[in-house]
Write a protein that binds this ligand. Structure first.
Ligand SMILES: C[S@@+](CC[C@H](N)C(=O)[O-])C[C@H]1O[C@@H](n2cnc3c(N)ncnc32)[C@H](O)[C@@H]1O
Length: 234
């Protein structure tokens, strides 16, 4: 079992470090900053938010790696601010222990009086069931491995937040990424902090139109792909 240490990143928010891998759950340059930049400001911003508002339709997000729940927490407040409904599905094979969650400072770092209550709720709901966190925000945490994903034509966007290809190359392999492609609707968006050329080429081979986007502080680039002309599953 890999050991965990809680560290403080450059923006004051904490994250979990895995010393054996020299890898963190988030960027050392700022966990909250990175999560907002990659998944909210670059990922969700690529969707036609006016369409979802006008149609009163929820955006379905599929996350690879629930981890600390930071992305889910930040998405919750982003959605309230932007008047968007969210159906958030997140996969996690190795849930973080409750005592570690209690030592993360996200409730204090997120500037909202309800942050502690929402963070607690996000972690308290049972696994594998769709739960309402508040009206307009549903969360389903799936206790499963990425390669067991069997969703089809369901998600508007994938938040791909696996550990990096340096430490878990198998999670960036075409066979796994294909499952996430299959879970997306046509024109769906795939967003990740990773900027590796081999990952970009794999996504292109899966019919994504991939753009290199400016990365969060401390990282030059990241990737965002839009699924084009999804006809059938390969
Ligand atoms: C970079 S962290 C995710 C950070 C998370 N999004 C957050 O906001 O805290 C990657 C996560 O993937 C999980 N993971 C690693 N291998 C996995 C696998 N094969 N299937 C599912 N989850 C896996 C890890 O346990 C870890 O929680």
């Amino acid at each position: 079992m890999l050991s965990h240490q809680i560290i403080t990143t450059a923006d004051g928010s904490t994250t979990i470090q895995i010393p054996e891998w020299n890898e963190q759950y988030h960027s050392k340059h700022g966990a909250i900053q990175e999560a907002k930049h990659v998944f909210l400001e670059t990922g969700l911003a690529a969707l036609d938010l006016d369409f979802f508002r006008k149609e009163n339709k929820a955006i379905t997000i599929l996350e690879a790696g629930f981890g600390t729940g930071l992305n889910a927490l930040l998405t919750y407040f982003w959605a309230k601010e932007n008047n968007i409904k969210i159906n958030y599905i997140s996969l996690e094979a190795f849930p973080v222990a409750t005592n570690e969650i209690l030592n993360l400072n996200y409730p204090e770092q997120v500037n909202d009086a309800k942050a502690a209550e929402i963070f607690q709720k996000i972690h308290a709901i049972p696994w594998n069931e769709k739960n309402e966190i508040s009206p307009g925000f549903h969360l389903q945490k799936m206790h499963q491995k990425f390669d067991q994903l069997s969703l089809s034509n369901k998600a508007n966007i994938v938040f791909y937040d696996a550990f990096g290809p340096r430490v878990q190359p198998d999670l960036w392999d075409i066979n796994v990424l294909k499952l996430f492609r299959n879970a997306l609707l046509n024109r769906g968006v795939f967003v990740t902090y990773c900027a590796k050329g081999s990952v970009r080429r794999t996504l292109e081979s899966l019919n994504f139109n991939v753009q290199r986007m400016p990365g969060p502080p401390g990282k030059r680039e990241m990737l965002r792909g839009e699924l084009i002309d999804k006809v059938s599953e390969v």
